[in-house]
Ligand binder design. Structure first.
Ligand SMILES: Nc1ncnc2c1ncn2[C@@H]1O[C@H](COP(=O)(O)OP(=O)(O)OP(=O)(O)O)[C@@H](O)[C@H]1O
Length: 125
């Protein structure tokens, strides 16, 4: 698309969606971490349905699931970019990749915490 073109184009918008859905396809089909997160998300949603969560509990669970997916998709994207920018070992690339991985770790940690707070009392007490 021409960046200077101010006209709204429904065709361009649809094309953007197509690229974004292709990104999701790549993430879930090619990336092991994508599949692991998908399985975990399906499990958490199934458990939430089974335990009949309240509206606010659903919002908390869906928010942390989405945070993990977003972090992992950005992490994967940054890894691919870094591999092209610097195929050989580089200390800055190590820092960039480790930071991106840290984002996933933080999101996953808080997802586990929120899941624990919501599910453990309903399952065991
Ligand atoms: N080009 C590089 N230069 C410096 N360090 C690198 C480089 N590539 C990878 N590393 C180091 O190795 C770690 C793992 O990198 P890699 O790209 O294999 O990610 P990964 O987490 O193993 O990938 P995946 O998420 O696909 O399992 C990085 O976090 C970084 O510390």
């Amino acid at each position: 698309m021409n960046e200077a073109d101010p006209r709204f184009s429904i065709v361009d918008r649809i094309r953007s969606f197509k690229y974004a859905f292709n990104g999701l396809k790549v993430f879930f089909l090619n990336e092991h971490n994508g599949r692991i997160h998908l399985v975990a998300a399906v499990f958490a949603i199934a458990l939430s349905i089974y335990l009949k969560l309240s509206g606010l509990e659903w919002i908390a669970i869906l928010s942390v699931i989405s945070a993990v997916f977003v972090a992992e998709i950005f992490n994967t994207s940054i890894e691919k970019l870094a591999d092209v920018a610097s195929p050989s070992h580089h200390p800055k690339i190590k820092m960039v990749k480790d930071l991106a991985a840290a984002a996933v770790l933080v999101a996953a940690f808080f997802a586990l915490a929120v899941g624990g707070i919501i599910f453990i009392p309903k399952l065991f007490f």
